[in-house]
Design a protein around this ligand. Sequence first.
Ligand SMILES: Nc1nc2c(ncn2[C@@H]2O[C@H](COP(=O)(O)OP(=O)(O)OP(=O)(O)O)[C@@H](O)[C@H]2O)c(=O)[nH]1
Length: 302
Amino acid sequence: MSEIFKSGIVALVGKPNVGKSSLINRIIGEKIAIVSDKPQTTRNRIGGIYTTEHGQIVFYDTPGIHKPLHKLGQYILKVATSSLLGVDLLLVMVDPTDGLRESDRLVATHVNGSRVPVFLVINKIDAYSDGKLLHNFSENASRLFENVLERFYISAEKGTGVDSMIEAIFKFLPSGKLLFPEDYITDRSSRFMASEIVREKVLLHTHQEIPHSVGVSVQEFKDEGELLRIRADIVVERNSQKPIILGKGGSMIKLIGSDARRDMEYIFDQKVFLDLFVKVREKWRDKDSMIQEFTNLKDELS
Ligand SMILES: Nc1nc2c(ncn2[C@@H]2O[C@H](COP(=O)(O)OP(=O)(O)OP(=O)(O)O)[C@@H](O)[C@H]2O)c(=O)[nH]1
């Protein structure tokens, strides 16, 4: 049977922490987007490319739509909302374990304004056992969003329901050509991935205000054949935050570094030498030039 090859762009949207990055990683089968239990982990629009004999889907993982508290937040919101434009389909993600909140209504305002068709994705069903409550939740959620064509119940973490959702996406997309070479899994550079891996380890090992205050800037990324040499700055906002990242006798930065190096060696399939430095840049999240330097946002906002 000769089948028509489909292709298109699908953006994942939702409030922070619903599981957008987890779903992208699940579908692509590799960690291309960092995940943490802290809201607003994702700052950039990251393309995950999924290619099969049926077609190619470019999934955009987008930052969670939220009310911005500082300039960096405004940039991130702009990335999230501009990702709704020019795409074929929106996967709007909701989280029954958190319920429907004002933050979901904020997402709905942007989604409804975009007029793009919507698949409603109810995630984290592994953590929600009551079928009747889940049904009610899903009814309420579909009333919030216009243009809902279909609903899916999934667990990004366990993989439940993901295959049938992908099948439905292929059915929905128009026929088209490859948008990226078939062996690509992301539209992001290795340098970008390296900075995100470092940031993920900071998020993993630090608490309270530190995770949101951190930016990472890769200063050197040199492929020396046998070795990948990476030097990166971890940037914090206040002098008082520096010793937290360094830890007692440098123990924290060592932990962040060795965790990050392990992931990099796996992803890049190469031996990595990683050198990390901690720098203080007062209020960098409110300064345009520094935001661009420490978040890789330059490309997507230009
Ligand atoms: N139980 C359960 N937890 C999940 C599932 N998917 C994601 N999570 C958890 O939810 C948290 C947030 O996941 P992310 O994938 O970072 O969420 P996100 O929507 O990309 O978050 P932002 O980057 O803040 O917008 C993490 O602690 C995940 O482990 C799921 O299917 N089931």
